[in-house]
Design a protein around this ligand. Structure first.
Ligand code: SF4
Ligand code: SF4
Length: 434
């Protein structure tokens, strides 16, 4: 967010607190009416989106100093974007962008990010992944059965979490592309972190170096389409990169690609998968994956603190996230019963892992995941699926944390089952029996 826009916007919060909830018309029960994990857990106004705007204003006015106390409140936020969607029902602010800018300001005076986040940023600088794993092990997930095509125009950008922590997701995505006859390649040693975990902490300088390097390497290979199975990498390439630098390739999440392939019958799901399944919308595939629309109008002042946009500026409401594709896939799987949770699509509740919270505030990440697992249980599902390795890790921690009977699958693992292929979980189970 540009400085001028930030300075104006932080003065326009109405203090209405609408951003603590999902929009009133979407509320189905008191239990699942809230929308902001930070206020739900810390229960004090500064933790909410609107509260953080007041902190931003007080900081600009010199009434707050860059202390550890301020830093902790600003970083206890998953940048899930619920506040940005909810605020559009009352006002036209961008609380999420304000929070990101406030973090940028704290970083610029040495008051951010959190120490654990700085450690993973240093790891990315050194070994190109936040887990501090050796770079040469990045492609250890590749199995002999996966066929790569060095001349392919489709690139599968695997991402750090699937490469090192959620290998079953990378394997499933690659095997489905093979099964559908989609020629693809990976960057192998040339794949570095997408920069998402760094951008979200406010270290914009490091992020810009990473995005320039990633765009350069992909464009140098003549790639036409980049496919992601990680919602975080996808959102970062789709929404955040173009704000700083345009590129000449198309980006798709695997759910979008596989939905197209199922519709065109290039992928035929014929195997029965008799499970009751609910779907968790990742924030980075849902509301935050809505692109910014170009707007070239005038801001006309009407009175102090009040101005209008001529012509009206498009509101970024989150409704243009990727919601149909995963649901179409689930509804195409024979024998599968799909049930929805109460908070879905642009009103979905966060898994709790994003924006460096999982590393800096694991207790916040776990409590949020448990809340989401509660909601999944209440839907009547036996399986919870999603389409993001970060959601996968955190929701599985939530399942363990509350001793739930729910089982987590990546959506691509369910596609494998519907294709009659073994998932990595099935192979492991067979190996344990043998
Ligand atoms: S981004 Fe999410 S966690 Fe952060 S203040 Fe907004 S609603 Fe709360
Ligand atoms: S909904 Fe918007 S205007 Fe209302 S308190 Fe939240 S940020 Fe401020």
């Amino acid at each position: 967010m540009e400085e001028e826009k930030y300075q104006k916007m932080i003065k326009r919060c109405l203090r209405c607190s609408v951003c603590k909830w999902i929009p009133q018309v979407q509320i189905k029960s008191q239990k699942y009416a809230s929308g902001c994990p930070a206020i739900d857990i810390y229960n004090f106004h500064p933790y909410s989106g609107g509260g953080k705007i007041i902190l931003a204003l007080a900081y600009e006015m010199g009434r707050l100093k860059p202390t550890e106390e301020l830093r902790d409140i600003v970083y206890k936020c998953t940048e899930c974007g619920n506040c940005a969607v909810a605020c559009k029902y009352m006002n036209t602010l961008e609380p999420l962008e304000i929070i990101m800018k406030l973090r940028e300001k704290l970083v610029s005076v040495g008051c951010g990010p959190m120490p654990k986040q700085q450690a993973y940023i240093d790891a990315v600088k050194k070994v190109h992944n936040p887990y501090n794993e050796p770079h040469e092990k990045r492609i250890d997930w590749l199995t002999d059965e996966i066929k790569l095509d060095p001349n392919a125009k489709v690139l599968y950008f695997v991402g750090c979490t699937s490469s090192y922590r959620r290998k079953e997701m990378a394997i499933a995505a690659a095997r489905i592309m093979n099964e559908a006859g989609v020629p693809f390649n990976i960057l192998q040693d040339d794949e570095f972190c997408c920069g998402s975990p760094i951008l979200r902490t406010g270290d914009v300088y490091t992020f810009e170096q990473i995005l320039n390097r990633n765009i350069d390497i992909i464009e140098s290979k003549g790639i036409e389409t980049v496919v992601f199975s990680c919602a975080g990498c996808y959102d970062t390439f789709k929404v955040d990169y173009p704000l700083r630098r345009k590129y000449n390739f198309r980006v798709l999440h695997t759910v979008e690609l596989f939905d197209e392939l199922i519709t065109s019958r290039q992928l035929q799901l014929t195997n029965q998968v008799p499970l009751i399944v609910t779907y968790h919308d990742p924030c980075h595939l849902g509301r935050n994956a809505e692109r910014y629309e170009d707007w070239d109008g005038d801001i006309v002042p009407l009175m102090p603190l009040v101005s209008i946009n001529i012509p009206p500026k498009p509101k970024r409401t989150g409704s243009k996230g990727v919601y149909d594709a995963p649901r179409n896939i689930l509804n195409s799987i024979p024998g599968l019963k799909f049930v929805e949770m109460e908070r879905i699509q642009e009103y979905a509740y966060c898994c709790g892992a994003g924006a460096g919270v999982k590393s800096a505030f694991p207790e916040m990440a776990l409590k949020t995941a448990i809340t989401r697992v509660d909601e999944a249980e209440d839907s009547g599902a036996e399986i919870i699926v999603s389409a993001c390795p970060f959601c996968s890790t955190n929701l599985q921690d939530g399942i363990k944390g509350k001793n739930s009977k729910l089982i987590y699958y990546d959506i691509n693992e369910l596609i494998l089952m519907a294709l009659g292929l073994e998932t990595e979980k099935m192979k492991q189970a067979t190996a344990e029996v043998v």
